[in-house]
Design a protein. Structure first.
Length: 286
């Protein structure tokens, strides 16, 4: 497999990717994104992803949770439009969909995953969506044959399940693993971890230069999915959104640590707020 175009992500190459904000723009200009997941006990995963998407600039953010105890409104972020999973499938204006945060392994989750894989809309697959795919190999073929772009965001354990190997083997060759997964799914693969690898199915790969151990806490992966999904909804290609999103996510954590917030006790909800600041500062530097 070719390993061409090794790039370490740097701000100068990423700042120009940030969507422009024309004075005549409206909310539709910046895209509509849906986040789907949140089975029992995991509502927070969807809320974190949706809040991150909103703070990263998406014009409209919808969220659907499978839990019977799902709220009808996010009281902290009422701008997020909460819908049933069925209602989300009826939305015609979606520019991207994130499915997986807290999704669970139920039959309903599997049916929703199958539905969205077969839709012609850019799709980010995370967390339980990846675990379901590992358990149902026929889904991999469907994903590889999609016409719209796909992003997968596994950590080492999820990557190991997708490749029927061990986390140790994944970590021993992170670049090769990310490239293999991107080829298997004809997708952009974000292999999370120290120096996150972003691999494109055409053989290009990139290594992130931001981030710290403060990100090793629950919810930060959901925040990353929300950021990347938001950037796709705003019109970026999958690989550009993944590169920019991963870099911003890591830099937000770095800035927080520099300001005395973490690494011990750094929270995902703090990262998503700082990510907004990072995007605006990078935008002003262009």
């Amino acid at each position: 497999m070719s390993r061409n175009l090794l790039h370490y992500l740097q701000p100068l190459q990423l700042s120009n990717l940030i969507p422009k904000r024309d004075q005549y723009a409206h909310k539709g200009t910046f895209g509509s994104l849906a986040i789907i997941g949140g089975d029992a006990g995991m509502i927070g995963a969807v809320l974190l992803a949706a809040r991150a998407a909103l703070h990263s600039g998406a014009g409209r953010v919808y969220a659907a949770m499978l839990s019977e105890r799902a709220p009808s409104v996010d009281m902290q972020q009422p701008e997020i439009m909460l819908r049933s999973a069925e209602a989300i499938t009826q939305l015609a204006q979606l520019n991207a969909v994130v499915i997986g945060p807290g999704l669970g392994q139920s039959e309903q989750a599997l049916q929703l995953l199958f539905f969205w894989i077969t839709q012609n809309v850019p799709l980010l697959l995370d967390a339980d969506a990846l675990n379901l795919i590992a358990s149902h190999p026929n889904l991999a073929t469907l994903i590889a044959n999609r016409q719209a772009e796909t992003v997968i965001t596994p950590h080492a354990g999820e990557a190991a399940r997708l490749m029927a190997t061990t986390s140790h083997e994944i970590q021993a060759d992170r670049i090769g693993s990310a490239l293999s997964l991107s080829q298997l799914f004809k997708a952009t693969c974000v292999l999370k971890g120290n120096k996150t690898i972003i691999a494109h199915h055409q053989g290009d790969y990139f290594i992130n230069t931001t981030g710290n151990v403060g990100l090793a806490t629950g919810g930060t992966g959901d925040v990353l999915s929300g950021i990347v999904g938001s950037l796709i909804a705003q019109g970026l290609s999958a690989i550009d959104a993944a590169n920019l999103g991963v870099y911003v996510h890591g830099l937000a954590a770095d800035n927080l640590v520099k300001s005395g917030v973490g690494p011990i006790g750094l929270m995902a909800s703090e990262v998503l707020l700082e990510a907004r600041k990072v995007l605006n500062e990078m935008r002003l530097e262009t």
